[in-house]
Design a protein around this ligand. Sequence first.
Ligand code: VGL
Ligand code: ZN
Length: 204
Amino acid sequence: MNALIIIDVQNDFMPGGALAVPQGDEIVPLINDLQENFDLVVATQDWHPGEHASFASSHKGSEEFEVIKLEGLDQVLWPEHCIQNTKGAEFHPDLKTARIEAIFRKGTNKKIDSYSGFYDNAHLKSTGLAGYLKEKNVKNLFFAGLAAEYCVHFSVIDAIGEGFNTVLIEDATKALQVEDFEKSKLEILRKGGQIIKSQDLKFN
Ligand code: VGL
Ligand code: ZN
């Protein structure tokens, strides 16, 4: 079984959004086309309560994009984004959702950030995604979505750690910073993940 995991294709990560990923909207048509090739399609949503600890606005005197220590972990302080039940947290309006069988939400604990779709950043709590996929006998995971070096990266790394055959579709993601994506790809390859282009996807 092959699954496509669509990470955080939400309005706030699109140009004009609160935490815009450059050209983030350009991957939406490709992600729509890719979906039909998979046995299972799952999506994640960044889904923060107001006053989330990852927001600069939650830390007096701090600035956006500053890095602080939060519970012993490095934490980038973000603009307020993907607040539960707001427009910014909704999927991009063009994303096809008919084949998305389940949506896993993350970042709901006010005290800790959660880049990965599998665990929060301290690996304290699982979202249930790994168990869900294993129960469905999925062996091969293909990743697409935003942002490449944050939520896609940490989801890919956790997927490898969970023992899935893990593939990043590199033209189906966009990064906040292109140089950081280059580092991300090296780490993915070093840890045993694969990186392909959508045109090289081969299906029986
Ligand atoms: C993300 C920063 C903060 C992401 C989520 O989806 O990559 N990045 N929250
Ligand atoms: Zn977030």
